[in-house]
Design a protein around this ligand. Sequence first.
Ligand SMILES: N[C@@H](CCC(=O)N[C@@H](CS)C(=O)NCC(=O)O)C(=O)O
Length: 217
Amino acid sequence: MSGLVLYGMDISPPVRACKLVLRALGLEYQYKDVNLLAGEHLTEEFKRKNPQNTVPLLEDNGSPIWDSHAIVCYLVDRYAKSDELYPKDLLARALVNQRLYFDASVLFMSLRNFSIPYFYHNVSLVPKEKVDNIKSGYAFLEAFLGDNPYITGSTLTVADLCCGATASSLGAILELDVAQYPKVAAWLKRLSKLPDYGEEGLNEYIGMLRPGLTLEN
Ligand SMILES: N[C@@H](CCC(=O)N[C@@H](CS)C(=O)NCC(=O)O)C(=O)O
């Protein structure tokens, strides 16, 4: 057993992304479930490891790393036998980084902006502006994909795994319109065939949110 410990919750999109990368690299790790709804991320012990109180959190031989995007890049740089998932070529890496920052700052925020109010404050009405943010995120993904099977080109990278985990979870509020975003739909289908895609966690997440939310027109 390696010294890797992942703290997470299976329904969390960024946790799913980290698990996909751990699996793709064939790394063994210990998984510690953190129940966010029971406030297990707010304990002093967890806060000492991650003052931002978020999952995923990775520990490598006791050193904490958080934010899924930092975690996946670290794992590839540190442990992968090839740089395919996170290229060393600077221009190729810049493109992957752009997609990762897009996920962190745009796509995932469009999800967090309805899930946090719902889970923590029982807010079930999703204003039109938040629905529109999701639509625009899907549209950006459609443009990024172009004629490629993956989000930065012909090969799978960590950017697909991060953006894909978020995009699939956005189905909790707005089912993907396949006619409008055919490339995104085909890409998500492609990703869903990956081993340990996290289908169960994804379905649980969608099942927890979709029935309780009302979208503003
Ligand atoms: N940008 C962060 C987002 C992490 C995040 O917001 N995780 C959620 C679960 S999906 C969480 O821990 N929420 C608890 C909270 O913020 O109180 C990442 O990619 O790791």
